[in-house]
Design a protein around this ligand. Structure first.
Ligand code: COA
Length: 261
């Protein structure tokens, strides 16, 4: 079991909570933090008892205020490509996880922090949250998949405006744009609300949930035929014990008892 310095990682009742824990640096994502996020997400992949993941930030102020600007300032053309590819790889791991991953956004979600939230399957924020991609104000651009994921989520014009103005938007505007699935009033309502949503999701068949994630993700990947992915997943779902249980429970007018097999 890895021990973490920059994140907190706890699991109970099948739900893991990953909390970015550098509040004095507004939870900025330095290399060490990203490495720990990768390891924790890998734990979620590997541990069958974990069924869902919540990602949040410690403190009232920030989810994550971006990649670490000090580390960025030392990059050059060569290691800059690696920097971007490394972040993309970790955020792809999150997006492609077959277990639901929800971002609980408790404050600033900027730059790489916003890109992290965009890689999650669902985003919920408290009203104090502010979101943005300020990279062009620093002479760079989003490098952890934000140019692609935000464009897919809200469309080219609005995504370009956010990226080109470099301005932060308030949570209610992000909600109206479709970036956020839900808004809660205060940060202390965030985790209970998110837990409730996850519990609703986890009533359903685990393997089918993974297949839904895989099929929906296929829509964003130009090299993959999403309709084919959906049919493959559909056919695979019919091989599961949970399919048999789901059908039987419906006929018998009872709640299904899914095992993830
Ligand atoms: N990287 C490294 N350190 C960061 C950081 C980042 N992305 N964002 C904040 N911090 C650090 C600050 O340097 C400061 O550290 P210090 O106390 O050692 O000086 C600490 O976090 C608190 O931030 P501060 O700027 O004092 O808080 P604030 O309330 O005045 O402003 C923000 C909040 C979010 C507006 C401001 O911190 C900011 O603009 N951060 C950078 C956002 C950004 O451009 N992100 C994209 C990076 S590609």
């Amino acid at each position: 079991m890895p021990s973490y310095k920059n994140i907190l990682f706890k699991s109970s009742d099948g739900i893991s909570v990953l909390t970015i824990n550098r509040p004095d640096k507004l939870n900025a994502l330095n290399n060490a933090t990203l490495k720990e996020i990768r390891e924790a997400v890998q734990e979620v992949y590997d541990d069958k008892s974990i069924r869902a993941l919540i990602i949040t930030g410690n403190g009232e102020k920030a989810f994550a205020a971006g990649a670490d600007i000090k580390e960025i300032s030392e990059l050059n053309e060569l290691n800059g490509r690696k920097f971007s590819e490394n972040g993309q790889e970790i955020f792809d791991l999150i997006e492609n996880c077959h277990k639901p991953v929800i971002a609980a956004i408790n404050g600033f979600a900027l730059g790489g922090g916003f890109e992290l939230a965009l890689a999650c399957h669902i985003r919920i924020a408290s009203k104090n949250a502010r979101l943005g991609l300020p990279e062009v104000s620093l002479g760079i651009l989003p490098g952890y998949g934000g140019t692609q994921r935000l464009t897919f989520l809200i469309g080219k014009g609005k995504a370009l405006e956010m990226m080109m103005t470099a301005e932060m938007i308030h949570a209610d505007q992000a909600y109206r744009l479709g970036i956020l699935n839900h808004l809660v009033e205060t940060t202390d309502q965030l985790l209970p609300f998110t837990m409730n949503l996850i519990k609703k999701i986890l009533k359903n068949a685990p393997l089918a949930l993974g297949m839904v994630i895989e099929s929906v993700n296929a829509a964003t990947k130009i090299e993959i035929n999403g309709f084919q992915t959906e049919s493959n997943c559909f056919s695979n779902a019919l091989k599961t014990k949970d399919f048999v249980e789901g059908m039987k429970a419906f006929m018998e007018k009872r709640t299904p008892d899914f095992t993830g097999d």
